[in-house]
Ligand binder design. Structure first.
Ligand code: 7RM
Length: 635
């Protein structure tokens, strides 16, 4: 039996048991048999959640890019590592082989070194989804520089804050980016940001749009000529397993963004192992994750996890709606995608559109469908299952976080029977716990509580850059000796987990704890509803009452609003009970979303409570304009 590739349910339970009973022996075997190390560890794991301190494979040396690139060369030099699918479908896709990827990463590594970047330096990467983004991230890892990728949709202020927080010496960017029919002047945004970033010495600029930009003398350099002049070979730096690999910022509910620090060895082992099993990736498959590399999903499941397995990974520059709403399915057909991984927000947006956009394409290559980022509501799940998977491709609803580095609770396709809205079972090695408000673990089945993790796993973030205390306070103080996720979850009668949303989304109405997700699910099942978000607002008698923001589908637009309100509440009463009925229902054109597609309930909560003096920073929203529109029409 190979513990590396789990193929049926008994095997899952058997390997799971082993992984929690003998975690060190278990992870040692995975690490030893499936990766190359320059030197072996002295100790598999040492940990103390009170400090908190976690070390995996201490004493070992490796380079993650040797595992992602060099070791595949003997067998895969001419196999495709990355398929680059451009924004414009008329532009030709690029099939980048492992041989080519290796060479380009080596050249980029040499460029970074010659530009004065040393091991341990921070490099900010502010690039669109073009191959240079992959080259840069991997080149940093190759020389031991710490990459900090900032999603290239963030504003200059947000960019400057992230550059300064970790003292980046360099920014790698492009002249501009293509997104749908828009061209964005990325270099202009970088120039504005750098007015406030005295520590940045050099800017390397990839050419993408050919737009007019200004190049600052002795600071800005075009990348292409540097790459052409660089040596095509580069000896990977020996890195310690616990050396930082990257920093990735994630926004907290308050305060400045947190620079989560991930390290090399454990992150590699866990992302590779989860990739193999969660997507049941087989030799020759084509895998596509639609996330941006600016998010953890892109780091772990476009770059590191797939490449560590020698997989073919699609990198898509565009958006789901360009040139029309069929683009995802056109790409699936074109590249014969076998595993497709996206977010519920994208699924809901596409489900709103005419089915003809789906039916035009041959989706028979698909074997596995994935979902990540927020709870997938039941209606979206069925739409995905019926129209994309044709009932034949299991849906893996994967729960995890920037902080966890890799997928934590998930079905394994063709292994774990799935249930809509359930992330199902913990991945191998993961020990979840549900806690009550007093900090006691809730045992048994058919219970709900706050989701914690009791035992370290290899890819957990080790600290917040420059603020270890905040790391401890945020994740390790609420529940002693546990990592607190910030999410609520329930465990059903077979032990499956359902994530009910951030615990700050729990609303207590007349003493009843109501999770937002099940109520939104119920609303979304109404045929006229496209999407919804509910929040609580103060109520004299109930403590809190529920306020729903509802986006209608086209068919709903023509309907009588008061009737719709009645029908929605009727439906909630049937699904959940009268306690979950909404006091107010406002029909809105859109919901305020973060750039990774999560609804910003914080803003809706303020609007519902008529407390709009201080909405906080809304500049990082995907659609700040919708906020005013909603405010002007509050009930
Ligand atoms: C991977 C990612 C993390 C938060 C997390 C949850 C929510 C993510 C699911 C989910 C329900 C899921 N990282 N979340 N996946 N909720 N079901 N399958 O999204 O750091 O950006 O966000 O996202 O609340 O804590 S993240």
């Amino acid at each position: 039996m190979s513990n590396y590739h789990i193929k049926h349910l008994e095997e899952y339970f058997q390997v799971y048991r082993k992984s929690v009973q003998h975690p060190e022996a278990f992870w040692e075997e995975i690490a030893e048999e499936h990766f190359v190390w320059r030197s072996k560890w002295d100790r598999v794991l040492s940990w103390d959640f009170t400090k908190p301190e976690v070390k995996w494979f201490e004493g070992a040396e490796l380079n993650i890019t040797e595992n992602c690139l060099d070791r595949h060369l003997p067998t895969k030099r001419n196999s495709t590592a990355i398929i680059f699918e451009p924004n414009d479908p008329q532009e030709e896709a690029q099939h980048i082989t492992y041989g080519q990827l290796h060479e380009r990463v080596c050249r980029m590594a040499n460029v970074l070194k010659e530009s004065g970047i040393n091991k341990g330096d921070r490099v900010c990467v502010y690039l669109p989804m073009i191959p240079e983004l992959a080259y840069t991230v991997l080149a940093c890892a190759r020389i031991g520089a710490i990459h900090s990728v900032v999603f290239a949709g963030f504003s200059s202020n947000a960019l400057a804050a992230r550059i300064n927080d970790c003292d980046c010496k360099m920014v790698v960017t492009s002249d501009g980016s293509f997104r749908g029919n828009k061209i964005i002047d990325l270099k202009g945004i970088v120039d504005a940001a750098l007015e406030d970033c005295p520590g940045v010495e050099k800017v390397l600029v990839a050419k993408r749009t050919g737009g007019k930009i200004t190049m600052k003398k002795n600071r800005d350099y075009w990348l292409k000529p540097l790459l052409n002049d660089a040596y095509a070979d580069n000896d990977a730096e020996r890195m310690k397993a616990e050396d930082p690999l990257f920093i990735l910022y994630t926004s907290g509910s308050t305060g400045k963004p947190k620079g989560m620090v991930h390290t090399s060895g454990g992150y590699m082992v866990y992302t590779a192992y989860t990739f193999k099993n969660v997507f049941q990736y087989r030799e020759g498959d084509v895998y596509w994750c639609t996330a941006d590399i600016g998010w953890i999903t892109g780091h772990s499941y476009i770059i590191y996890g797939p490449l560590a397995n020698g997989a073919t990974t699609v990198m898509f520059e565009g958006v789901p709606s360009y040139p029309d709403y069929g683009r995802f399915w056109a790409v699936v057909e074109k590249h014969k995608v076998n595993q497709f991984y996206t977010a519920p927000t994208a699924i809901r947006a596409l489900a709103k559109e005419n089915l003809e956009y789906v039916e035009k394409y041959d989706l028979s290559s698909l074997k596995v469908l994935g979902s990540v980022g927020e709870p997938i509501n039941e209606e979206a799940w069925h739409w995905y299952n019926n129209n994309i998977g044709h009932g034949k491709s299991p849906i893996v609803d994967t729960w995890w976080q920037t902080e966890t580095g890799g997928i934590m609770i998930t079905p394994l396709p063709y292994v774990t029977p799935t249930t809509p809205t359930y992330a199902t079972l913990p991945f191998i090695g993961i020990q979840p716990a549900l806690m009550d408000e007093e900090g006691n673990e809730i045992m048994g089945i058919q219970v709900d509580g706050r989701l914690c993790i009791k035992f370290p796993w290899p890819s957990m973030a080790r600290t917040i850059w420059g603020d270890h205390e905040r790391y401890r306070d945020t994740y390790f103080t609420a529940y002693k000796n546990n990592y607190f996720t910030g999410d609520g979850a329930l465990r059903d009668e077979v032990g499956y987990y359902r994530i009910t949303g951030r615990v700050d989304d729990v609303i207590i109405v007349s003493g009843h704890n109501l999770g937002t997700a099940p109520i939104e699910d119920s609303i979304n099942e109404h045929p006229a509803v496209a999407e919804s978000a509910i929040v609580g607002f103060p109520h004299d008698i109930k403590g809190n009452a529920l306020y729903g923001f509802v986006i209608l589908k086209e068919i709903g637009e023509a309907r009588d609003r008061d009737n719709l309100r009645k029908e929605i509440n009727q439906q909630i009463t049937e699904h959940i009970g009268p306690i979950a009925k909404l006091d107010k229902i406002q029909f809105v054109p859109g919901l305020p979303k973060t750039r990774s597609g999560k609804i910003m309930r914080r803003i809706l909560r303020k609007i519902a409570s008529k407390d709009t003096e201080n909405l906080g920073d809304i500049s990082t929203l995907l659609n700040p304009e919708v906020v005013k529109e909603i405010m002007d029409n509050t009930l």
